[in-house]
Design a protein around this ligand. Structure first.
Ligand SMILES: Nc1ccn([C@H]2C[C@H](O)[C@@H](COP(=O)(O)O)O2)c(=O)n1
Length: 189
């Protein structure tokens, strides 16, 4: 065989090896589990009709299965168009949204697709309030990952922390591994 032919053959073999190894390797830029769950919580928050703050929550079991998701909204059959979204009124006024809204975490726990949430993790876009914290404790959730803590100095959130510390439920501000997760419907052909 001529030297030129041998070189060509070598090139072909290398090229096949390269293409095979590329196809055999897993994608490098896949979404890590934690980012995936927090992104699911954020996606869920997009369902909220609250004009001020949209919150999403996602509960995950030890096998990384999503067992519950929720967002903040009015109770079932309480119309989003009839009940008030205002928060300008006095907090105790019946014209105030706080009288009616079910928080994202509470909705997730109440709408869970499994009977027990013992040992699960909660991913929420906003730190849980005291009322949701009571539900979190009672449902057996063991860990909380949150994004925003914008109301941390309010008594409601201080009370939440106090309960979480007392019962030893870990909570941690979530740091995503990537800044953005893009959902572009046009990319799916
Ligand atoms: N951990 C939380 C905290 C609050 N929410 C809900 C309750 C309201 O709909 C909204 C907060 O409204 P803002 O006071 O910012 O006007 O978020 C929740 O679902 N989970």
């Amino acid at each position: 065989m001529s030297e030129e032919l041998m070189d060509n053959n070598k090139d072909r073999v290398e090229s096949i090896e390269n293409s095979t190894s590329t196809h055999n390797q897993k994608r490098k830029d896949y979404l890590p589990w934690d980012d995936y769950f927090m992104a699911t919580a954020i996606l869920s928050s997009k369902r909220s009709k609250d004009p001020s703050t949209q919150v999403g929550a996602c509960v995950v079991d030890n096998h990384n299965r999503i067992v519950a998701i929720g967002y903040n909204g009015f109770p079932r059959n309480c119309s989003d168009d009839e009940f008030p979204w205002s928060k300008d009124e006095d907090k105790n006024s019946i014209k105030n949204k706080y009288m009616y809204v079910v928080h994202a975490e509470a909705n997730a726990i109440l709408n869970s697709n499994c009977t027990a949430l013992d040992g699960t993790r909660l991913y929420t876009t906003l730190f849980p309030c005291n009322e949701c914290t009571k539900l979190i404790i009672q449902s057996g959730i063991r860990e909380i990952y949150y994004l925003s803590d914008k109301y941390r100095d309010k008594p409601v959130y201080q009370a939440a922390r106090r309960m979480l510390d007392a019962v030893g439920i870990a909570y941690k501000q979530f740091i995503p591994t990537q800044k953005q997760v893009t959902i572009d419907f046009d990319l799916i052909k």
